[in-house]
Write a protein that binds this ligand. Structure first.
Ligand SMILES: Cc1ncc(COP(=O)(O)O)c(C=O)c1O
Length: 388
């Protein structure tokens, strides 16, 4: 159990009580599964309801649908500090990565793709499938839950076309210094692709300042949306040289010309769009990202760091182990705890009104801006009970 007098923690730089009231489920549930699915907010629910109402009242409404999708791209662009014209929308991160992988010619000398053991398996599977296109794949190892930045010096070389970097490791929250790795990659003439799915929404990600070439993130985790949407950033200068075979009519310069004899990719991020977007999930995504832009990711990061310090202190005080980094500078929102039968523990916590996410040998407590230290206490009290 918790030791007396150990709840010393700073205050968030936003009105946490007011924001918590946006998420009705938080009245009943401790929500620490944000690395997997974040809770539903009233505003996101309304955005979905508005779509359904409009469909019901007005039927087909292409102009509005396209405007909704554009608005979602604008919120994503605000989150990562890029131009909306550098953003495309996809149904999942996997589809966005497939689009990128289909965009290059691998017949030249630069045909090596570098991935890491910390990548979500989808990244590695997609590039493995591309081996038949002529790529060489190399995998940077994870050692003791982390990747030594010096490994990138070794693995990225003059044959590397793209170095794929997960900003935050989905298993233990290990966070990488993207600007540093971008520097190493660019020095060797390689592009950098960032999978920011476990980072975006929890801290500032500045695609320009970090010198990121390509970035993907989806919306159901920290971005407060639902399944069915992910966004891809491709740096403006790179777009004309990338020709996706995973394409469709909405990737064309003038999709509404319907002229099959005039095949011309769009000259901005729309080049990576394909077919009719999932408009209803774009509405949810727009509203979720708008909330984050309003709260402010810089403030969110400060609070998540506070919660991380608190969780690490509590874990140590209660005799739990963690596979997450102890250095806050190297830690994202996930705090992972090795337990026997993680899936069973996840289910038993859920029965007690506590949502966490099991992955491999651990359960993950994933903080977000609406999480309180009391939530962490409740989760750890219940965990102690279950494991006893
Ligand atoms: C870091 C990371 N990348 C990619 C994915 C896969 O995303 P999607 O299912 O949208 O393809 C996940 C899903 O958990 C993830 O955590």
């Amino acid at each position: 159990m918790k030791k007396e007098g150990t709840t010393s923690i700073g205050k968030p730089g936003f009105d946490i009580k007011a924001w918590r009231s946006q998420f009705p489920i938080l009245e009943r549930v401790v929500h620490l599964a944000n690395c997997s699915q974040s809770p539903q907010s009233l505003r996101v629910r309304k955005a979905i309801a508005d779509y359904l109402d409009d469909w019901n009242e007005n039927g087909m409404n292409w102009e509005k649908w396209m405007a909704d999708v554009s608005a979602s791209k604008e919120e994503f662009a605000r989150l990562i500090n890029c131009r909306p014209g550098e953003v495309s929308m996809h149904a999942s991160a996997s589809q966005a990565i497939t689009s990128v992988a289909s965009s290059f010619d691998y017949s030249g000398k630069r045909n090596k793709i570098v991935v890491t053991e910390a990548d979500f398996p989808t990244v590695i599977f997609i590039w493995k499938a591309c081996r038949r296109l002529g790529i060489d794949l190399e995998i940077v190892p994870v050692v003791n839950g982390e990747i030594d930045p010096a490994s990138y010096e070794k693995f990225i070389d003059e044959r590397t076309l793209i170095a794929c970097i997960p900003q935050v490791y989905y298993q233990n929250g290990f966070k990488q210094d993207i600007a540093l790795i971008a520097g190493i990659a660019h020095k060797k003439g390689s592009l950098i692709f960032v999978d920011a799915y476990q980072a975006l929404g929890t801290e500032p990600v500045d695609a320009k300042a970090m010198d990121i070439d390509i970035l993907v993130s989806g919306n159901l985790k920290y971005l407060l949306g639902m399944p069915g949407s992910a966004y891809l950033y491709v740096k403006e200068e790179l777009i004309p040289g990338m020709n996706p075979t995973a394409t469709g009519w909405l990737g064309q310069e003038d999709p509404f010309a319907f002229n099959i004899h005039d095949f011309r990719y769009a000259n901005d991020g729309r080049r990576f769009d394909t077919g009719t977007p999932a408009v209803v999930t774009a509405c949810a995504a727009r509203e979720g990202m708008r909330i984050l832009n309003e709260v402010g990711v810089a403030q969110i990061k400060l609070w998540i760091d506070e919660l991380s310090r608190y969780a690490l202190r509590e874990l140590a005080g209660r005799g739990f182990e963690t596979t997450s980094p102890h250095d806050i500078a190297k830690k994202g929102a996930i705090t992972s705890i090795p337990v026997p039968s993680p899936q069973t523990v996840e289910t038993e916590l859920k029965e007690r009104g506590i949502l966490v996410s099991a992955r491999g040998p651990v359960i993950r407590l994933a903080h977000h801006f609406f999480v309180t230290p009391e939530d962490i206490d409740r989760a750890l009290d219940s965990l102690e009970e279950i494991l006893r």
